[in-house]
Every structure is written in structure tokens, then in C-alpha cells.
Design a protein around this ligand. Sequence first.
Ligand SMILES: [Zn+2]
Ligand SMILES: [Zn+2]
Length: 220
Amino acid sequence: MKIAEFVQTPFQQNTRVVSCEQTGKAICIDPGEESPEVVEYIEQNGLDLAAICLTHGHLDHVGGAAYLHDRFPEADVIAHREEAELYYSLPKQPMLMGIQPHQLAALGMDYAEPPKITRFAEHEDVLEVGELRFEIRHCPGHTLGHIVLVEENERTVFSGDCLFSGTIGRTDLPGGNFQRLIGSIRSEILSLPDDFTVCCGHGPDTTVGRERASNPFLSM
Ligand SMILES: [Zn+2]
Ligand SMILES: [Zn+2]
């Protein structure tokens, strides 16, 4: 498994292209913004983009889905059913954050309609990408339909905005619920062994063991 990371948007979101080194099949997890750099990376490495996989529907995670899907129209667009409403509201999301319509273009937030979800991710689905196997886990609490992806052989979990190094996702946005998020992290992420790498939606990678031992939100 090879992971290329691109830090995107004013929110410093980690967009990743994750590829199978044996077959060249790849997925993009959370394309945050229109990014020629991501397209070039895929093309120059001869990767076959099988899917655009969205951990959740916030603009910093899906703002580049339309651009990427235009270049790779064969790629599936994957998200949880309970996230569809938030995802399709992308063009309106900046205004809900208090950004004025006339500021959108300058901020790169004048979003087009995002591409249709072509495959709903269900809890415990397995997404096969070449020889990689990503298990989907529904992990609500930051949003209603947030998912994380677990690659067991590679000892890695892609945690989106559920769990970060030393902290957790915010729960004050629509669909957020603190108790539900803590419960999701415990059942879907802390149930993994300590050596699993956690690739977070923002900030540095961490491990399950480190968060279990020292994350202040998880020691309560
Ligand atoms: Zn988010
Ligand atoms: Zn985010």
C-alpha cells in the first residue's frame, strides 16, 4: 500500500491517494479541493482510480470531488447513505459557515453540484482495491453518516474527522453528538490493536495505542 498525502483547503485537510503497489488500482479518500496536483499524481504514476471515497460530507473533504470525477468519470463515488443530504448540500455549506456569497470565488468555495454517489457504503462492507481490502465502519458523531476505512493487513485506519492525534472531531455542527462520537471511536477504532496507524483527516498520523493511552477525550 502506498499513500500520497496532499494538505488542502484553508482547513488543512489531508487528501490521500491510496494505491495497491501490485496492481496500480487506487482510491482517493476525501478530495478537499480542485487539485491538478492530485490528478497529475494519479496520471504520472499510471494509477487506475477505482473510487473517490468520502469519509463524510463536509466541504473540506468533498470540495474536490467534482473536479476529480470529471477527470476520472469511471471512478465510483462512495459515501454512507446517511451522509447524502449533507454531501449534496455542498454549494450551500459555505453560507452556513457565515461566508458571504460574494466571497466564495476568492476562497475557492464557489462549489458546483457534487457528482452523484454511485455506491452507498454500508457498515462492514469491504471495498477491494487491487489487493487492498478496506473495511467500512460507520462511525457517527461528527456527522450522521461518517465512515472510517480499515485496512487490516496494512494495519491502518483512515479516521476522517472522528479521531485526531490528541483530540477528536467537533460535535457542534449539524448531525454532531459528543456521546455518539465517543461511542463510535470506542467501538470502531479503539477495538483495533494498538499498532494500527491512524491516518487522520487533519494533522499528523498517530496510532491506536497512543490515542488509547493519552487522548484526553478517551481517558474519561
Ligand atoms: Zn468534518
Ligand atoms: Zn475536516
